[in-house]
Ligand binder design. Structure first.
Ligand SMILES: [Zn+2]
Length: 582
């Protein structure tokens, strides 16, 4: 009998139970060790109309995790095509950087021969061909491969790569992104890939990190790592190293990212590229250029140029952002009759549209595109008031996409995170113009996300610095902004205390509060190593004014007597005040 802990639900249809000290004698599919394997957990997976039970064991020799039940699911899902899933994946859903980043490190010249196994849409192969100049082909039996053949113009054989295909080699680079976890016997695959490669060729593969499967782990990490019914063997860095070495790869390097192992393996010594900035630049250039050469009305154009715009703005590459924008503007006009430069609202039908309908009205990545454009405009010095409508449209587009996906119980991670960022920017735009909605927006933002308190303080600082004291006081009372948290970044605490002081100086009954805020700010400067910037003397001046108004002139005088000799650069007005005293 097995001993298992309580059942824990990690998804609507999936319950797991951690095993306690149950051992079996099993053959490890990864290293061949035949002996003790501890049971790690039971999985009870009941999608509609089916019941699946899995046990996961961990090999005591190599630490690989393996499922007992290798009956796998059907990957062909025509329903997904009907709902517009491919359009979504192409335009925004598919993560291209995690696939392409590992390729930027491989030191092989243009003209090298590339083989991609299981590339699905083919973005990895496409990057190898377009950005690295490699000569590439792929093997993938799934229907997704049709996309790469038709839309990206790739050479892909819609089948498994087998022994008979070795005659086409040898290859200089073989890539297999998120493939080996789906295989019942990884060593057979590694051996075949070793034979497909030239002696100095390099294999790059990514796979979920099996070491993350542990009782303390969060469900949102466990779920994609386990993927019951799809994954069969989960590697740890150790088990992967052993399996690759056993297959004849005498040189192995494994990198660990948040959830993924990235392995490089070769029979010859190799060095990985370390220039992260150059890799990012290559990626941005690939996205923008790929968008430019795609058909003007195609999903690819919006997908590549839209991502290019987003990545360029994230990296502060404004030339690339402008290039991506100039690719997107005519395409949006042609396909959707939208003028991205002059539009002020989204078409009314976007609200509550299904995914397939939404894809007919706007680019599915429009929220990401407009958010990036708005940030770009701010960085180029445009006024927040002028950029506000762009953020508003971005928010509406993000909402429309999230709503359309929610109709299918789906969620887009990037859009979800951009929603919060866009709302924060809208609040800062409102505060910048002292808009009457500022307080209500701030309240709503804080209700949705407690972490937005730092943005609300920034809005408060903005209101005070533009002299909108009435709105600032309203915001202060509504959200109890009386003391910035010690955990805030130094600059925000500094600006918050200064603004609290300035606001309190506007009303006689708050003078004591003003003196206290400036005193705290002075303490912060004197105790902290961080740079007060040019705010040291303005803060002291604020404290002196408050003390003078409170008829505590002696205190102000002794404060200045102490500080003026200690800190250089005292301003003329404070020096004269001291001279007048003397
Ligand atoms: Zn093993």
């Amino acid at each position: 009998m097995s001993h298992s802990g309580p059942k824990i639900r990690i998804a609507e249809h999936i319950e797991i139970a951690w095993a306690a000290d149950t051992h079996h004698r099993l053959a490890c599919p990864n290293c061949g060790h035949n002996g003790d394997a501890a049971k790690l957990l039971d999985i009870d997976y009941r999608p509609p109309d089916a019941e699946h039970f899995y046990q996961i064991h961990i090999c005591s020799a190599c630490t690989a995790l393996f499922f007992d039940n290798v009956e796998t699911m059907d990957y062909g899902t025509p329903e997904l095509i009907e709902i517009g899933w491919h359009i979504y994946q192409t335009q925004i859903g598919a993560g291209i950087w995690p696939i392409t980043e590992p390729l930027t490190r491989i030191a092989k010249p243009a003209g090298a021969r590339l083989l991609e196994i299981g590339g699905a849409y083919g973005f990895g192969l496409d990057f190898g061909v377009r950005a690295r100049g490699w000569v590439g082909e792929g093997y993938d039996p799934s229907p997704l491969a049709e996309f790469g053949i038709r839309e990206l113009g790739l050479t892909v054989t819609q089948d498994y790569f087998e022994e008979k295909d070795l005659a086409k080699g040898p290859y200089d680079v073989v890539i297999a992104t998120e493939v080996v976890e789906h295989l019942a016997h990884p060593p057979g695959f590694f051996q075949l890939m070793r034979r497909a490669l030239a002696d100095n060729g390099i294999l790059m593969l990514t796979t979920p990190n099996g070491a993350l499967v542990a009782p303390a782990q969060a469900a949102n990490i466990l779920l994609p790592t386990l993927s019951p019914g799809a994954h069969l063997v989960l590697q740890t860095a150790h088990s992967l190293q052993i399996a690759l070495q056993n297959a004849g790869f005498s040189h192995v390097q494994i990198l660990e990212t948040d959830m993924t192992l990235i392995a490089y393996a070769s029979a010859a010594a190799f060095t990985l590229g370390q220039d992260v900035a150059a890799g990012r630049a290559m990626f941005r250039q690939y996205l923008v250029e790929r968008g430019r050469v795609a058909e003007p009305e195609s999903d690819l154009r919006f997908g590549f140029a839209g991502r290019g715009m987003f990545e360029a703005v994230q990296d502060g590459d404004y030339d690339a952002a402008e290039a991506a924008w100039s690719v997107l503007v005519p395409a949006a006009k042609q396909r959707f009759a939208l003028d991205l430069n002059s539009m002020t609202a989204l078409p009314a039908a976007t609200a509550r549209a299904s995914l397939a309908d939404l894809a007919r009205i706007i680019p599915l990545g429009l929220g990401m595109i407009l958010y990036s454009r708005a940030i770009y405009l701010l960085c180029r010095g445009q006024k927040r008031a002028d950029v506000l409508p762009v953020f508003r449209m971005s928010l509406a587009a993000l909402d429309a996409l999230q709503g359309a996906l929610a109709q299918r119980s789906l969620i887009d991670g990037l859009s979800a995170s951009l929603l919060g960022a866009t709302k924060a920017e809208i609040l800062l735009c409102l505060a910048d113009t002292a808009h009457p909605d500022t307080v209500a927006e701030a309240q709503s933002l804080l209700q949705q996300d407690a972490a937005s308190i730092t943005i609300i303080w920034r809005a408060f600082v903005s209101l005070v610095s533009s002299g909108a004291f009435e709105t600032a006081r309203h915001l202060q009372k509504a959200l109890e902004l009386y003391l910035p948290d010690n955990s805030f970044a130094f600059e925000l605490r500094r600006d918050a205390l200064f603004s609290l002081g300035v606001l309190a100086l506007q009303d006689e009954k708050y003078y004591p509060r003003a003196a206290e805020s400036f005193r705290q700010l002075r303490t912060l400067f004197l105790n902290n190593q961080a740079d007060p910037g040019n705010m040291f003397w303005p803060a002291v001046r604020g404290e002196v004014i408050a003390l003078d108004r409170l008829s505590r002139r002696d205190l102000a005088t002794s404060l200045l007597s102490e500080l003026i000799p200690l800190h250089g650069g005292a301003p003329v007005d404070l020096l004269e005040r001291q001279r007048a005293k003397a």
